[in-house]
Design a protein around this ligand. Structure first.
Ligand code: NAD
Length: 465
């Protein structure tokens, strides 16, 4: 199914309309809280429809996964934004220093104008609506471009947002990479892009002429490091959860696992047992399909490349069905293997062994800074040594994915995995301007600091000291 594409020449006028109306009436706190409440109600009412369209776009995706990842997280985030909004909006009194006394100063969090949001297909509701809701909480108007690879969900978002917002405040652009490229080149006041690192580079280049401020939520290869003390069954269970939720089509899925050499084969067995216990037979319906033929071909290409190199490739289930790809382990791929050359974004897990923890850390540090890192150890010193020696967008210790869902934590990458952060206060701050305001007093010593300086030399000497 193709969705109707927004004509390229309609994009700039839509942004102009959003901006004109924002200038005329910047949303106040009451408006923002009402908007968020209506968005929450509309989404809540239409959760079943949401799960159905997402599943149709994927060929099949478990309802439970869509409700958890695209429903609960969005509703929870809207609740948090509503709860904290007034506190975050309150101007903060700051000191001026004795030289400017008795002037007063404050820092205000003011909306910036129109925020553009470009979303990917893997969590198509979450990654569109959390940035959008944050931009609304921050007092902005929003122009959203969802992914062309989830056309039914994009139409759903379009209709949901049209139900909640007038077109002067929130608009949706539908279309593919061409629409995305034109969209990214518009003079937004802030642009939030979630997608691949390769397209993130293009977005940054497109934003450069206008110096559009960017939040880039990108991808990469997120490692898991299982330390020698950590119980294998537990590690296997939590790795499988992180890897097979949405069939691995998750930006922060563990991409590969590093395990102490002596326990490598035992980990492989533990993962195999865990996967079979969860997905064998009818339970295979709890595994999401790979979104489209192009992605399936890409993933099969990674496996063919590994097989062609003589690597051990272990499918863990015997699955039948067009959209399904069996969870598969690839044992000890070298750097030249395709599976280690790009973000996997599917149910394939390379298992690599290390001799010492330092070796595992060096392996991670020799590569791009990842979006997520998953150390597994009950030994605090070992976890600390990993945290001290590496840098990632975010970390969950002894599990996977969960730092994304923790209410108090900002989410974002570093270097090739992204820049900036959102979720809660971090997103509110990113999509507002911290406006410094200094209020001069009726009487001020600074009035005296003017030429001819000879007359006030002592005062200048005193103040400038
Ligand atoms: P993608 O980069 O191919 O597409 C993302 C969006 O960008 C789509 O809406 C697309 O139409 C648009 N687009 C395409 N070309 C464009 C261009 N030249 N200019 C502007 N926009 C353009 O990504 P995808 O395949 O939809 O998603 C998968 C990638 O996203 C993975 O790399 C994954 O790790 C990453 N991701 C990151 C996060 C995160 O929060 N950091 C979350 C989910 C996915």
């Amino acid at each position: 199914m193709d969705c109707d594409s927004t004509p390229l020449d309609a994009l700039a006028p839509t942004l102009a309309r959003l901006r004109t109306h924002w200038q005329a009436a910047r949303p106040d706190a009451v408006q923002r809280r009402n908007d968020l409440a209506r968005l929450r109600d509309a989404l809540r009412r239409r959760l079943d429809e949401m799960a159905a369209v997402v599943s149709a776009d994927f060929g099949h995706r478990p309802r439970a996964e869509t409700l958890l990842a695209d429903g609960m997280t969005v509703l929870g985030e809207i609740d948090r934004l509503r709860r904290h909004l007034r506190g975050w909006m309150r101007p903060q009194r700051v000191g001026v220093g004795w030289r400017l006394w008795p002037a007063r100063a404050q820092l205000r969090r003011v909306p910036v104008g129109v925020v553009g949001v470009i979303a990917p297909w893997n969590y198509p509701v979450n990654l569109a609506l959390i940035p959008l809701a944050t931009a609304i909480a921050a007092g902005n108007h929003v122009y959203l471009k969802p992914s062309e690879h989830t056309p039914r969900t994009s139409e759903f978002l379009h209709s949901l947002l049209a139900e909640v917002f007038p077109v002067e405040r929130v608009a949706v652009a539908l279309g593919d990479a061409d629409v995305g490229a034109t969209f990214a080149a518009l003079p937004f006041d802030h642009l939030v892009f979630t997608g691949s690192t390769a397209v993130g580079r293009k977005v940054m280049a497109a934003a450069a002429p206008h110096l559009t401020p960017l939040t880039l939520e990108l991808g990469g290869k997120s490692p898991a490091i299982v330390c020698p003390d950590y119980p294998l069954d537990k590690a296997a269970a939590r790795l499988v959860t992180g890897k097979l939720f949405n069939a691995g089509q998750t930006c922060i899925a563990p991409d590969y696992v590093l395990i102490d050499a002596a326990r490598r084969d035992a980990l492989v067995e533990a993962i195999r047992r865990e996967v079979r216990a969860r997905y064998q037979g009818d339970a295979a319906q709890d595994l999401a399909h790979i979104i489209n033929p192009a992605q399936r071909a890409r993933l099969r290409g990674l496996l063919d490349d590994a097989g062609g190199r003589g690597l051990t490739v272990l499918p863990l289930l015997d699955l039948h069905g067009d959209g399904l790809l069996a969870p598969t382990l690839v044992i000890e791929p070298g750097d030249d293997a395709a599976v280690m050359g790009e973000e996997i974004f599917g149910p394939i897990l390379p298992v690599l062994s290390y001799g010492s923890l330092d070796e595992a850390i060096a392996f991670v540090n020799a590569r791009d800074r990842p979006l997520a890192l998953y150390p597994f150890s009950h030994d605090r010193a070992q976890v600390e040594s990993i945290l001290q020696a590496t840098l990632a967008g975010g970390v969950t210790v002894n599990d996977t994915l969960l730092h994304f869902a923790a209410t108090g934590l900002p989410f974002g990458g570093i270097g090739p995995s992204g820049m900036g952060a959102y979720h809660g206060r971090a997103g509110f701050d990113a999509m507002t301007k911290a406006l410094p305001v200094l209020w001069q007093s009726r009487l001020a010593a600074s009035d005296l600091l003017k030429p001819p300086y000879a007359r006030v030399r002592r005062l200048v000497d005193f103040i400038a000291r």
